[in-house]
Design a protein around this ligand. Structure first.
Ligand SMILES: *Cc1c(COP(=O)(O)O)cnc(C)c1O
Length: 372
C-alpha cells in the first residue's frame, strides 16, 4: 500500500457548475457563483459579510489594508504558523511580535499575549491550528482592554466552533482557505469575513482594485472610479463554481473526516505508545482538519517518519517556527519560544483525506505502534 498524505476530493458536481458558469457568459469575478458561495457562509454561520478571494493569503492582505497597518505598527501572532499569516502585515511595514504556543496545544498561548502588548500594538492574529479554537474569550478581553483588533487566521477552521460560535465569526476580521490541502477546496481560494460593520464599505472597494465598481453595479452611483488603494482580490466564477459544488457536500465531507479522525484517536488512545496524542480543549469543537501526534524529540520523530515511509505511509511534519526562519531570524527580538520550537521538532501529521478507507487508518496506527 502506498498512502499519500493528502488527496484532494472532487464531488463530481464541479464540472457541471463550471459548465454553467461558462454558459452564462460571465466568468470574471463577483457573479452568480461568487454570490452563492458568500451567501452560503453568511446564512449557515451568520457571518455579517463575506468576500470570496483568490486565497487565504489574499484575504489576510486585505485585513492588513483594512486595518491601515503601516510602518511602526506591531502585530502579535504565533510563530508556529504559515508564512502568509506574517507576510500580509510585513508587506505593509509592520513589525511582527511572535508569541509562544500553549504547552499542550499548538495554538497561541492566550496567557502569554498581554505581556507583549505595547503602545504600538495594533492587532492580535490568532491561528486555529488544525481547526481547534484558540481561547477566544480571553483573547477578545485583552483586545478590548487595550483597544486592539483581532484577526482570526481561520484558514484551517471552516465548520469548527468555539463554544457555540463558528470560528471566523469572533474576531473583527477573519480568513478561510480553500487550498487543496484544506477540508473544502477550490484548488486555490479563500475568503475574507467581516464581523465589524466599520469595515464593510472599504472592504468592497479594496476587493475591487480600489474602485467603487460594486456600488456601481448595484446602481447606487452612475459611474465608478478609483477611490482607495486595493488589488485584484476576487477569484473568477470558475473557481467559485468549483467551490460551490464542494460547499453543497460540506456535511458529508465533514462526516467522513470526523470518522477518520475518531478512528485514529480511539485506536491510538487504547494502546500504549511513546508519543502524545492531540488535546482538544473543552470549549472547542474541531473540524477534523489534522490528526497529529507529538514525538518525544527530533530524533524520535525522524525515526517514526522513517518507519512510516519504509511502510509507504506519507506522514509529514509541519511548520518551522517563523522566528527561526531565514527571513525573520535577524528581525526577531530574540525571545525564546520553547513550545513553538517543540512543535517544530516533534509534531507529525498523519494521512487524512476523504478517500482514505477506515481500514487503512487502522493499518497506519498498527505501523505506528510497531515503532512505539
Ligand atoms: C493554508 C494556510 C494559509 C494560506 O492559505 P492559502 O489559501 O494557500 O493562501 C494561511 N494560514 C494558515 C494557518 C494556513 O493553514
Amino acid at each position: 500500500m502506498n498512502i499519500p498524505f493528502n488527496k484532494p476530493y472532487v464531488t463530481g458536481k464541479e464540472t457541471h457548475y463550471i459548465y454553467q458558469a461558462i454558459s452564462s457568459g460571465k466568468i470574471s469575478g463577483n457573479g452568480i457563483f461568487t454570490k452563492k458561495c458568500q451567501t452560503f457562509f453568511e446564512k449557515r454561520y451568520s457571518f455579517l459579510k463575506t468576500f470570496l478571494t483568490t486565497s487565504c493569503t489574499d484575504a489576510l492582505e486585505m485585513c492588513a489594508i483594512l486595518l491601515d497597518v503601516s510602518h511602526g505598527d506591531e502585530i502579535i501572532m504565533p510563530a508556529y504558523t504559515f508564512v502568509s499569516t506574517a507576510n500580509a502585515f510585513i508587506l505593509r511595514g509592520a513589525k511582527i511580535v511572535f508569541c509562544d504556543n500553549e504547552q499542550d496545544h499548538p495554538n497561541i498561548d492566550a496567557n502569554a499575549i498581554e505581556e507583549l502588548v505595547t503602545k504600538k500594538t495594533k492587532a492580535i492574529v490568532v491561528v486555529h491550528y488544525g481547526g481547534v479554537a484558540c481561547d477566544m474569550d480571553k483573547i477578545m478581553d485583552i483586545a478590548d482592554k487595550y483597544n486592539l483588533f483581532v484577526i482570526e487566521d481561520a484558514a484551517q477552521a471552516v465548520n469548527a466552533f468555539y463554544k457555540d460560535r463558528p470560528l471566523g465569526g469572533i474576531g473583527h476580521l477573519a480568513t478561510f482557505s480553500f487550498h487543496e490541502t484544506k477540508n473544502i477546496s477550490s484548488g486555490e481560494g479563500g475568503m475574507l469575513i467581516i464581523n465589524d460593520e466599520r469595515f464593510l464599505e472599504r472592504a468592497e472597494i479594496i476587493w475591487e482594485k480600489g474602485t467603487n465598481r460594486t456600488a456601481f453595479f448595484r446602481g447606487e452611483i452612475d459611474k465608478y472610479g478609483w477611490v482607495d488603494i486595493g488589488s485584484s482580490f476576487l477569484p473568477s466564477e470558475i473557481t467559485a463554481a468549483f467551490l460551490y459544488a464542494q460547499l453543497e457536500c460540506i456535511d458529508e465531507l465533514q462526516e467522513i473526516r470526523q470518522s477518520l479522525w475518531n478512528t485514529y484517536d480511539v485506536t491510538l488512545r487504547n494502546r500504549r505508545s511513546s508519543f502524545q496524542l492531540p488535546m482538544t480543549p473543552k470549549f472547542a469543537t474541531h473540524n477534523s482538519h489534522i490528526y497529529y501526534i507529538i514525538c518525544k524529540s527530533l530524533s524520535h520523530r525522524n525515526r517514526i517518519l522513517g518507519h512510516l515511509r519504509k511502510n509507504d505511509v506519507h506522514a509529514v511534519f509541519h511548520y518551522q517556527g517563523l522566528h527561526e526562519s531565514t527571513f525573520y531570524k535577524e528581525k526577531h527580538d530574540g525571545r525564546k519560544l520553547v513550545n513553538c520550537d517543540y512543535y517544530t521538532n516533534t509534531l507529525v501529521r498523519l494521512p487524512l483525506f476523504y478517500e482514505l478507507p477506515i481500514s487503512k487508518v487502522k493499518d497506519i496506527c498498527n505501523i505506528l505502534l510497531d515503532e512505539g
